[in-house]
Design a protein around this ligand. Sequence first.
Ligand code: NAP
Length: 261
Amino acid sequence: MPLELSNQVHIITGASRGIGLATAKLVAQAGGLPVMIARSPEQIGTEAEALQASGHKAEAYPLDITDPDACKAMVRHVRDTHGRVDGLVNNAGTNMVANLLMCKESTWQPMFDVNVFAVIRLTQLCLKPMVRAKYGRIVNVSSVAAKLGAPYNTLYSASKSAVDGFTRSLAIEVAKLGITVNAVAPSQVNTKLMRDGMAVRGKMGGLDADAVIEGIAEGNPMGRILEPEEVAGTILHLLSPGSGSITGQSWNVCGGVALGL
Ligand SMILES: NC(=O)c1ccc[n+]([C@@H]2O[C@H](COP(=O)([O-])OP(=O)(O)OC[C@H]3O[C@@H](n4cnc5c(N)ncnc54)[C@H](OP(=O)(O)O)[C@@H]3O)[C@@H](O)[C@H]2O)c1
């Protein structure tokens, strides 16, 4: 079945760069309207304009997903303007690389606000129009860190495990309503989030970020890290009408590093 999203509207968080931007581009190329969310108005504005200039549909909506009122207003705007919410990609996320003993509540709370609580909030808001339409596709961006574990990533891993558990349970809850809920679990992907995390790991081990990334690439069966477009392709598949029998999954997009999990 072709990955065709004509006339559909998909809200994508963290769409100004990395995996979210790559997903927005694929949604637009498949004929859908990506509603692109990020805090920086300049970056998503520029990316949405570039998509429009190439003949695609795209809308930028700057907002901080940790702000409940702003999230409510955004979903209301999408419903009032377009009359539908076909898909939600909970992609925006933040990393935390630190020895657990050094982690302060003041830093882990904001991470859980973005990685977990905003996912729950936006899902609740988008679920209402999806239930009414008896159709919806929700894709949460998790991580193989939730399954493999990773030193100095305890709290990030915990946040992504929460996303996986939320995905599975909600999938069952709405399974008879035409709504699917899935996650994708990438290994290291060539983005700012990954490079920033590796710079911290490098500092801990007296290496530069490139050396850490090289070591990780060598440990992957494919001998490399992934590109954002590779994860976006899987997200697009899960957003498409043809994926209606796939739900409650957390699909590894990992070059084989998390085999059997
Ligand atoms: N890269 C990897 O190796 C990797 C591996 C496994 C899982 N993941 C997951 O993949 C997802 C995407 O990561 P990425 O690597 O593509 O990251 P990235 O390149 O750093 O992009 C993060 C995006 O999220 C937005 N964002 C961050 N906080 C936000 C907030 N409070 N409200 C709205 N938007 C916010 C950022 O834009 P603004 O800063 O303008 O808000 C940006 O568009 C994350 O959930 C991450 O945990 C990544």
